[in-house]
Design a protein around this ligand. Structure first.
Ligand code: V47
Ligand code: SF4
Length: 394
């Protein structure tokens, strides 16, 4: 049966059929169609379309990398209501504030480990200024030139450039020269001011977030994008967010990956807001895959969304699961993610991917292939035959 015949057999809904024809013909869907997918599409149909795109782009290949995270501080002068960090500003004794030497010592702990990336992001405090970060990045680079530095978001950059009284263009150039290689996707939250003004505690606006990425891309650099979903936003806000990312990507082609971030409700000022269900998560990822036709990769950040849901999402558009992090980032464990246990080893992550019939590929930050683990034999492989789930305590 042809793909078109197959989708016709799956629904009689005229709008869904139009969307399916567009997807199968590699055409872009509209904002109205995106809204329809969020609000009205059956989940199996969404999965079919998202998986079609995923497999057309990547087959069964599923990427991960070997990285580690450093959060210079868990105290923040902004007051995002979804975040557990800002509440510590008045109780500093409960937080940490690393010095430059502390951070360099963490980097040195990985000297003999085969990691390819350090991801640096945390709270915003005055002592972490432009001078601090440019010195830090150049010290990390001179210590370990091959380690990719993925660091800071427009939230920090907006703050430190304003403090240094320089433009975004001047600032991003200095950051590039100091050795930062790429920018992670954080701080995006929801761009629409109706929601951002409510939850994002006075930090940079959606337009400023997009501007800083635009400037970074125009310097020839790459970055990621995120959306914090599943709290007080509605479909219009989600589509607005996706549309702004798609438009910027048309202009620069600088984004590598889109990462929907599921709102977690523990230990923050939004604990009264319920978390999304797994089906809502599947919907979010699938619509993102369908809507963002100009993004190569959709990533599920497993420490936040959990291992089981990550495995499910590999059939809903996701082709990347982030890293073998060995110190699950604190921002999520503080916000209630169940992933409070230490890292997944490379073997565990490989098995997690193979257990749902996908091919695990280790990549570097820029998606160059480092190792294909499809046929790698591990001692206890027999336990993982027949797509059974990965035991949590493996
Ligand atoms: O911007 C904060 C989010 C982000 C909560 O680019 C929360 O590869 C859920 O962006 N519930 C930072 N989310 C993390 C981030 C990221 C993570 C992994 C990989 C990459 C990448 C980027 O975490 C923040 C905010 O959106 N966040 N609090 C919470 N309660
Ligand atoms: Fe600060 Fe970022 Fe938390 Fe907002 S989300 S309070 S900017 S660490």
């Amino acid at each position: 049966m042809s793909n078109i015949a197959l989708v016709k057999s799956l629904t009689k809904d005229a709008t869904l059929l139009t969307i399916a024809e567009k997807v199968l013909n590699n055409q872009r869907i509209t904002e109205t169609e995106g809204t329809y997918l969020f609000d009205d599409a059956p989940i199996g149909y969404l999965g079919f379309l998202a998986n079609y795109i995923r497999e057309a782009k990547h087959g069964d290949r599923t990427y991960f990398n070997r990285n580690f995270h450093i959060e210079p501080t868990n105290i923040c002068l902004y007051t995002c209501s979804f975040c557990s960090y800002s509440r510590l500003i008045k109780k500093r004794s409960e937080g940490w504030e690393y010095t430059m030497d502390d951070i360099l010592n963490i980097v040195k702990k990985y000297d003999d480990k085969p990691v390819t990336e350090v991801h640096i992001v945390g709270g915003v405090l005055p002592q972490y200024d432009l001078e601090f970060y440019t010195t830090l990045f150049s010290k990390i680079k001179s210590h370990r030139p091959d380690l990719h530095i993925k660091a800071l978001t427009p939230v920090e950059y907006h703050y430190i450039f304003k403090k240094a009284k320089i433009s975004y263009e001047e600032g991003m150039k200095l950051i590039q020269e100091s050795g930062a290689d790429s920018m992670p996707g954080g701080g995006a939250e929801i761009f629409h001011p109706e929601i951002r003004d409510e939850i994002a505690g006075g930090k940079c606006s959606g337009e400023e977030w997009l501007d800083i990425h635009r400037i970074w891309h125009k310097l020839g650099q790459r970055s990621n994008a995120t959306m914090l979903y599943g709290h007080i936003e509605n479909t219009m806000h989600r589509i607005d967010h996706l549309e702004k990312l798609r438009a910027l990507q048309d202009e620069t082609s600088g984004f590598q990956t889109f990462i929907p971030l599921k709102f977690r409700n523990k230990g923050n000022d939004m604990s009264h807001v319920s978390e999304s269900t797994t089906v809502e998560d599947m919907r979010m990822y699938a619509v993102s895959r369908i809507y963002l036709d100009n993004f190569d990769h959709i990533k599920a950040y497993w420490p936040m969304i959990g291992r089981d849901t990550t495995q499910t999402l590999l059939a809903f558009g996701v082709n990347d699961v982030d890293g073998t992090i060995d110190d699950t980032t604190k921002i999520y464990s503080m916000a209630g993610s169940e992933e409070q246990t230490p890292a997944l080893s490379t073997a565990q992550l490989v098995k997690l991917i193979r257990a749902v019939g996908r091919k695990p590929i280790e990549r570097d930050t820029l998606y160059n292939v480092i190792n294909d683990y499809t046929d790698t034999v591990f001692e206890d492989d027999d336990k993982y035959k027949g797509y059974i789930a990965l035991p949590v305590n493996n």
